[in-house]
Ligand binder design. Structure first.
Ligand SMILES: [Zn+2]
Length: 228
């Protein structure tokens, strides 16, 4: 048996949980309304389907210089509904290491999620731009995921919502609620580490144990979401 994940970000923790519960490997296909963009090879790496697509990439501006890109997609075969230089809303990280399977198609190291869900933080240094606008820096969703996953194994579920440039809400469900205050402190500490690294100000971070809310429009349960 093999499990196939698609249409949502598959984080490492979820992948490992699924693999151990079902005793089966989890592979990804990368597919959306825009087309069939990537599939996993026999070595378990996700390749871009460059035989049917042409991808242009723009640097997404990760402060740690990872190879994270915005993607502009052209489908080479669609005729009835052409997709030509269409900007996807996804951020992907490209792995420069060639794959041992023999395919020369680009390898996607990680799909980082929707560009819409990047958190924007106020910059620590350049607070006001030339035209009076607030300067911002980008906090990628995987830094938020890591801050929570590395804080404690006792976190069963979480939802992080950015409501404004200086307001972040974190909802937590824990194995044992008596650990709540220690885990909150650790998550905040981890988030501050990443904020400093990208030269941003975290702003006001509030924790609670409220029920998780699906996105009001899509009704999907999105773990890390910017709502402004
Ligand atoms: Zn491969």
């Amino acid at each position: 048996m093999t499990l196939v994940s698609y249409a949502e970000v598959l984080d490492t923790k979820t992948k490992e949980t699924l693999e151990s519960r079902f005793s089966a490997p989890v592979v990804q296909i990368y597919q959306g309304a825009e087309g069939f963009i990537g599939s996993t090879c026999k070595n378990g790496r996700l390749h871009v389907n460059e035989d049917i697509l042409y991808l242009e990439m723009e640097d997404a501006g990760d402060a740690n210089n990872r190879n994270i890109k915005n993607v502009i997609l052209t489908d080479l075969y669609r005729i009835t509904q052409p997709v030509i230089r269409y900007r996807l809303n996804d951020l992907i990280e490209i792995d420069e290491k060639p794959c041992g399977c023999g395919s020369c198609f680009k390898v996607i190291k990680q799909i980082h999620g929707r560009a819409d869900d990047l958190f924007y933080l106020k910059s620590r240094n350049l607070k006001i731009g030339r035209n009076g606008e607030t300067q911002t820096c980008i906090l990628f969703p995987d830094y938020i995921r890591r801050s929570i996953n590395q804080a404690s194994d006792a976190v069963l579920e979480y939802q992080v919502i950015q409501h404004s440039i200086d307001s972040i809400e974190i909802r937590l469900k824990l194995k044992d609620m008596k650990d709540l205050s220690i885990i909150e402190k650790q998550i905040l500490h981890n988030l501050e580490f990443w904020a400093v690294k990208i030269d941003g100000e975290l702003g006001n971070v509030k924790f609670n144990t409220d029920k998780f809310e699906p996105n009001p429009q899509s009704k999907k349960m999105i773990r890390i979401e910017r709502r402004y």
